[in-house]
Design a protein around this ligand. Structure first.
Ligand code: HEM
Ligand code: NAG
Ligand code: NAG
Ligand code: NAG
Length: 522
């Protein structure tokens, strides 16, 4: 029996379905209209997994867990024969590109059409309002405020690194030429140097277990200082998960995360308060000896929230990136003895070695003259860019110059709110750009003409107005550390299985070796 009520509910269902269909038809028509108006053609490559992107999402999660996501995505581009394409991921259309022309548009020529999307909200609990999370005016203001802190004179202070390098040597020598994980030590080294640069006091994680910690006047900070490195690590992993969850970031808001954010904030606030309670004359005197970020920034603002947020933003941008670079460098040096030998020759000839190391001659300028060292670092950042995957979101209807039409070379339409993922890691391994041996670690390529004219196809530090502020700082620190290690140790040996090459990569906000860099140095 069909009752009147049933008929009413059928009518309602039909009306809803009708509305939905009309909505989608209108949306499609509007998309097509705008696409045409902007001179665009339909996307050339569309990956359909026939499950609205849920299968893709699961596959990506599995690959990420196994440390394969970077190489997996690369194989999708290579095997699919496209540089820009669309996929659905968990119900949302994503545009993915590794085309230097598109990357140039997103970061450079069409900078104002794109912003960070919901990164601000995803990272808010840890990072607050800082250069790394803000868009528009807030970002402009941050960038103008922080820029002077990264001038050539400020980043050239390599002497302050030496103390930490000596502590690193101590750990390595304690291994007595046996196998150890140098990545673990590099993470400690970079948190120690970064906290010293930012706050004027290192968290001295390399000191643990070997000698008494550098003395502080305060027991309170000693406790927090011990907890800080782990909390900083763990809270960042949560930020990465929140970034992957896109709009559903708020699902990931555990009590452990809140605790870790609190530890990181307490740690930072301790130094901020210390600086704010120090008279300006004393700060001026202190800064004359070396350079401390927070002392300088406090000359521009006395707002504790700004001081905390900006210094944490810098810590996040600068620490793991540099640790990753150093780890991948030694990973590759250990499996390429002839590269190690050439590097050794250059460094020994320029700065001496062992007991005759002329440490005081290693400066910002003299490091810049070490061509082979620069090529080794360039090549490491090519195969292992610290930020392999990044996102931007359109803030208006716009287009990308490539990806549409029959051969993928025509412009494609990007509606407002579209998330675009750009894969620096895949761009920098594209065989059409770098040649057949694009997968091979070969620093010598940096002396060839073809590699010198790369433009937007080599972008480890990003490009355009948001280019990495710390590029010179990072290159100087990494070059200094490599130089000192090569001066001190004449032999290197790899304990990483060649069967596992290319290595599994842990890709959170930044990338490092999933299973560490196991080597011997003596
Ligand atoms: C190997 C080392 C490094 C690499 C590969 C690297 C790479 C990058 C990349 C790709 C971005 C762009 C992020 C985005 O816009 O989404 C960036 C931004 C940034 N980096 Fe670095 N970075 C490194 C080290 C450092 C260091 C040591 C510092 C500071 C001490 C630093 C400070 C910054 C800052 C402040 C930004 C934000 C710039 C802005 O948005 O205006 N970086 N970096
Ligand atoms: C931080 O993470 C890195 C890479 O995952 C790891 O090597 C290091 O031991 C971690 N440090 C702490 C204190 O958890
Ligand atoms: C996460 O938890 C904190 C503390 O309970 C709360 O203030 C915040 O609103 C939560 N964030 C989201 C996005 O749910
Ligand atoms: C390293 O890469 C940069 C950026 O493309 C380039 O300007 C520089 O010449 C390269 N250095 C060497 C030694 O190849």
């Amino acid at each position: 029996m069909v009752t009147m009520e049933d008929i009413e509910s059928y009518k309602a269902i039909i009306a809803i379905v009708g509305l939905l269909i009309t909505y989608h038809v209108l949306q499609y028509a509007s998309f097509k209209y705008k696409e045409k108006k902007l001179g665009c053609e339909p996307m050339f490559a569309n990956i359909n997994d026939y499950s609205f992107g849920f299968r893709t999402a699961l596959e990506f999660m599995k690959r990420k867990r196994d440390g394969e996501i970077i190489d997996y995505v690369h194989s999708l581009f290579e095997d699919g024969g496209f540089d820009t394409g669309s996929t659905m991921i968990a119900g949302r259309t994503m545009i993915n590109t590794r085309d230097p022309e598109n990357i140039k548009a997103i970061l450079g020529t069409q900078f104002n059409d794109f912003d960070l999307g919901i990164r601000y909200k995803q990272f808010l609990p840890l990072l607050g309002d800082g250069i790394f999370t803000l868009d528009a005016q807030g970002w402009k203001h941050s960038r103008a405020m922080l820029r002077p802190q990264f001038s050539r004179e400020q980043v050239a202070h390599v002497q302050s690194l030496e103390l930490h390098i000596q502590r690193l040597f101590k750990h390595i020598k304690a291994e007595k030429g046996q196998k150890f994980d140098i990545q673990d030590l590099f993470f400690k080294l970079t948190i120690d140097t970064a906290t010293e640069f930012l706050f004027g006091e290192s968290c001295s994680s390399l000191v643990d277990g070997l000698e008494e910690g550098a003395k502080t006047d305060d027991d309170e900070i000693l406790e927090i200082r011990k907890k800080f490195p782990k909390s900083f690590n763990d809270s960042q992993a949560i930020l990465a998960t929140r970034a992957i969850l896109q709009d559903f970031y708020w699902l990931c808001n555990t009590s452990q995360f809140k605790y870790d954010c609190k530890v990181v904030h307490q740690f930072t606030d301790y130094y901020v308060n210390k600086v704010l309670n120090t008279p300006t004359e004393v700060l001026n005197e202190k800064s004359s000896g070396g350079y401390t970020f927070l002392y300088e920034l406090a000359k521009q603002t006395r707002d504790p929230k700004i001081l905390r947020d900006q210094s944490l933003n810098i810590l996040l941008a600068g620490r793991d990136t540099t640790a990753g670079l150093l780890s991948f460098t030694f990973y590759e040096l250990s499996r390429n003895p002839e590269v190690f030998k050439k590097l050794q020759e250059e460094i020994h000839a320029t700065f001496g070695s062992g007991k005759d190391a002329r440490t005081n001659e290693i400066t910002f300028e003299s490091l810049k003259k070490c061509e082979y060292l620069k090529a080794v670092i360039n090549e490491t950042l090519r195969l292992y860019p610290s930020v392999p995957i990044n996102f931007r979101t359109t803030n208006k209807d716009t287009s990308l110059p490539r990806g549409g039409g029959k051969n993928g070379l025509s412009p494609v339409f990007m509606p407002k709110g579209q998330v675009v993922t750009y894969f620096i890691s895949s761009c920098q391994k594209n065989k059409n750009i770098y040649g057949k041996d694009a997968d091979v670690f070969r620093p010598e390529r940096w002396f060839e003409d073809s590699t010198r004219k790369l433009g937007w196809a080599y972008l480890p530090f990003n490009g355009g107005p948001r280019i990495c502020l710390g590029q010179q700082f990072a290159l100087t620190e990494a070059s200094y550390a490599v130089t000192r290690l090569v001066q001190e140790f004449s032999h290197i040996k790899s304990y990483n299985s060649e069967a596992d090459y290319p290595p599994k990569k842990n890709s959170q906000l930044t990338m490092c070796l999933q299973n560490g860099a196991h080597i011997a140095l003596y």
